[in-house]
Write a protein that binds this ligand. Sequence first.
Ligand SMILES: [Zn+2]
Ligand SMILES: [Zn+2]
Length: 162
Amino acid sequence: MAQSFAKGFYNSHAWLASRKRYLDAVVDTSGNILVSKERDGDIVYVRKDDPNETPVPSECVIPPRMCERCFKRGELTPAKVVHHIEHITPENIDDPHVTLRYANMQRLCQDCHAFVHSGQTEPRVTFDENGNVVPKNESLQSMIERLTETVDESRNIYRSKR
Ligand SMILES: [Zn+2]
Ligand SMILES: [Zn+2]
């Protein structure tokens, strides 16, 4: 629910137009607005503000109206809100650099929006029923495997030298 000091802002034409523009945009995983270009018969996406028009890797291209936080976890979930990364306060409500700048906007689904306002940090591990640490996601799991392998390797090298 919008707080009372922000009601006028959330009903303003400027916000509603910017919000819709951001919801409908293709963005990258950092929230930059992308535009499509034809390159050798293919469609590529480039940052709107990139003079070199370097194509953004396709795994970083978020389709319109999809939650940015879910996308980074490999899920496509329709976004329900456009959130302000730097939260809106009575002090900055009249500063368009905070309220209307696309770089300060983030498309989120209801669950992700609740999460980012809960003040929790991203959980990196969970615990199994025996209280052992279990990595939360695949990349951390593979990182641990890689590090374990490196340790095993150095142990073997150490042993073979003795
Ligand atoms: Zn989400
Ligand atoms: Zn928010």
